[in-house]
Design a protein around this ligand. Structure first.
Ligand SMILES: [Fe+2]
Length: 334
């Protein structure tokens, strides 16, 4: 399936050979639209879909998908059924489209939780997992499965009380044990869902497992943890750190990258971590940054051997952070 236009808005009516409309102007393209176009031998061109400003587009896409998943989770609290059709048609196209961005600042501000962390987090993890899946060269079928799994990874939270989910203070031991159960609850919900591959349920169960065996719920180690769970774990930790939470502000971007790089090794899959850090850093090229000594500049080049310490342009001069250990990047400002 050609995913290039998934989630984009169609700019004109598309007809079959008999002049009958297959997909109407204004529709947001879903998997089933793409399949029906393919069945009629119709290939879309870039000019068939509407162009949008990247930052606005990401913010709008992510907000709408977060509202959608909130409604799905709420409905599930009463009827217990996972509406896979709605996830496929109303959420995955937006996730695919948001993950196509090359604008790191735009995607990070879009993913940053406003007052809806619980729901926006699911979309954030799905977008970041989708990006990671592409960077790790997954094929289309695997990428679709990973993205579905990432979207539903925290679905077990529908069985955790709002008091615990929104608690601003530190958990008591009892509350922490309760919170950890969202993994097992998610697994139970998804494994009993018809038409859903078992690996999707496994990601809900294992996304808090760590390769050193210190994760939960089962303390699995290394190869006992499914590859998709390891990918979602990196996206999950990164998104949680970039978000404002009830108990703390978002952590500065470079602290997160450094922490992921240093702390992540040993706890998370090293191959997944290093690809993530390298590719996210590559996305910073062209971004405005503030250095730890207060100077403002622009990222112009990433070193492959040391992606976290790029070359920065400061007005007419350049500073190579890989040769200046006393200064580093504090934050991305635009
Ligand atoms: Fe979780």
């Amino acid at each position: 399936m050609d995913n290039l236009f998934l989630g984009r808005t169609l700019g004109k009516d598309v007809f079959n050979q008999n002049g009958i409309i297959i997909v109407a102007k204004g529709v947001i393209l879903t998997v089933s639209h793409m399949e029906s176009l393919k069945k009629h031998g119709i290939q879309l061109k870039a000019s068939d879909v509407i162009a949008q400003a990247p930052e606005l587009k990401n913010e709008r896409l992510i907000s709408r998908a977060a509202e959608e998943i909130r409604d799905i989770f709420h409905a599930m609290k009463s009827d217990g059924r996972v509406p896979l059709d709605k996830v496929e048609s109303n959420i995955l196209p937006a996730v695919y489209e948001a993950s196509e961005t090359h604008d790191l600042y735009g995607v990070l501000s879009g993913l940053q939780a406003k007052d809806d962390y619980t729901y926006r987090h699911n979309i954030g993890v799905a977008v970041l997992s989708n990006m990671l899946g592409k960077w790790l060269d997954l094929n289309e079928a695997d990428l679709a499965l990973l993205t579905m799994a990432a979207t539903l990874h925290d679905i077990g939270k529908i069985r955790i009380s709002d008091y615990i989910l929104n608690k601003p203070e530190k958990f008591t031991d009892v509350e922490y044990e309760q919170m950890k159960k969202h993994t097992v609850y998610g697994y139970e919900i998804l494994k009993n869902t018809k038409d859903l591959p078992p690996r999707v349920a496994l990601v809900a169960l294992q996304h808090h497992e760590r390769v050193d065996g210190w994760g939960y719920p089962n303390g699995c180690k290394g190869t006992d943890i499914d590859y998709y769970s390891k990918i979602v774990a990196v996206a999950d930790v990164f998104h949680a750190m970039t978000s404002n939470r009830v108990y703390r502000k978002a952590i500065p971007f470079y602290k997160i990258i450094r922490e992921l790089n240093d702390e992540g090794f040993g706890k998370m899959d090293p191959a997944v971590i290093s690809v993530f850090v390298k590719r996210i850093m590559e996305m910073t090229v062209g971004s405005q940054v503030r250095l730890t000594d207060g100077r403002m500049g622009k990222v112009v080049m990433i070193h492959h051997h040391d992606p976290m310490r790029p070359v920065i342009r400061l007005g007419d001069t350049y500073i190579d952070l890989s040769r200046n250990s006393h200064v580093t990047i504090e934050s991305i400002t635009g």
